[in-house]
Write a protein that binds this ligand. Structure first.
Ligand code: ACO
Length: 276
């Protein structure tokens, strides 16, 4: 069957400020070809600063979230062309995963099915991850004779404990959504039938928060992982000051609603953004 065009390899719709982005090569289990990687970067750029987008959800058409790298097009075809083509293909893939990690808006991986190898890059790139209980996660690299490269070894050790990571990478055994949640690969797992509903609820919670604070928060949580305690303290002081510089109004309004008006409690939910 002929491969879909580059443009069709990723689709999206925007509904109620949620951008639903889909890997769209269901007949190839949404494995990531160079064309898909190029298109995904374009899509992220198209959506990042749109005012009608507050949250991005990344999901897959059909039975897969993503079956990892396209073993034919990403590996075999580019290797046949030489090192230049290999490096180009790597840059295209790693480029959009990095862009996703530092996306301006909150991101949720909605893992509806197969999730293998290279797909751990975008999985980690998303801030939150909700899986179908039926989804299958695997570092299948060992099964076809390579190590989990492309960041996958790093991702698994970032997300779960050493023993789980080692077992997962060395045996190539898959875990389902429930086990993935237990291990920390995803936040939670729900039955596939209720997956979109659950993700919509979480997205709406995020849409109710101050977007400047949300961006600073997600970046802070990612940055401090790699810092010492003192570096983190310093970074957080500076970041908070910078955030105040951009959006002190939101914070001041929140303090007014809590301290003066007593209309909300920060410990129990977000302030009313509409009254800023
Ligand atoms: N690369 C290239 N083609 C792929 C990939 C992939 N990663 N995954 C699936 N396909 C293709 C198949 O070759 C097949 O193509 P065809 O219809 O032209 O024959 C089509 O997608 C459908 O795949 P099936 O295997 O028939 O689908 P099934 O639902 O039975 O199995 C499964 C799904 C388990 C995901 C299987 O396709 C599979 O094992 N894929 C490879 C998973 C993998 O190991 N990915 C690489 C991880 S390592 C890395 O990313 C660096």
């Amino acid at each position: 069957m002929e491969d879909r065009t580059e443009r069709d390899s990723v689709t999206y719709t925007v509904e109620d400020r949620i951008a639903w982005v889909s890997f769209n090569r269901p007949d190839k289990r949404n494995c990531m070809s160079p064309a898909l990687n190029r298109r995904m970067l374009e899509v992220l750029e198209e959506l990042e600063f749109r005012e009608d987008v507050g949250v991005l959800v990344l999901t897959g058409e059909g039975t897969a979230w993503s079956a990892g790298m396209d073993l034919e097009q990403y590996f075999r075809a580019s290797e046949k062309e030489g090192l230049g083509a290999v490096r180009k293909a790597q840059r295209e893939a790693y480029g959009w995963w990095e862009r996703l990690r530092w996306f301006e808006k909150p991101t949720i991986a909605m893992v509806n099915g197969w999730c293998f190898g290279g797909a751990y890059g975008p999985l980690f790139g998303c801030d939150l991850a909700i899986a179908a209980e039926e989804a299958q996660f695997g570092l299948s690299e060992i099964n076809w004779g390579i190590l989990p490269g492309g960041g996958a070894s790093k991702v698994i050790t970032e997300l779960t404990g050493f023993r789980n990571a080692m077992y997962h990478a060395m045996t190539g055994e898959n875990v389902d959504g429930r086990k993935a949640a237990e291990w920390g690969l995803v936040n939670e797992a729900v039955p596939l039938a209720g997956l979109r509903h659950r993700v919509t609820i979480i997205a709406k919670v995020l849409l109710g928060k101050n977007p400047t604070a949300l961006r600073a928060t997600k970046w802070a949580v990612r940055r401090v992982r790699e810092m010492t305690f003192d570096q983190s303290m310093d970074y957080l002081v500076r970041t908070q000051e910078a955030a105040n510089f951009f959006d002190a109004e939101g914070r001041n309004e929140a303090l007014r609603q809590f301290i003066d008006e007593k209309s909300f409690k920060p410990g129990l939910g977000a302030y009313d953004l509409k009254r800023e």
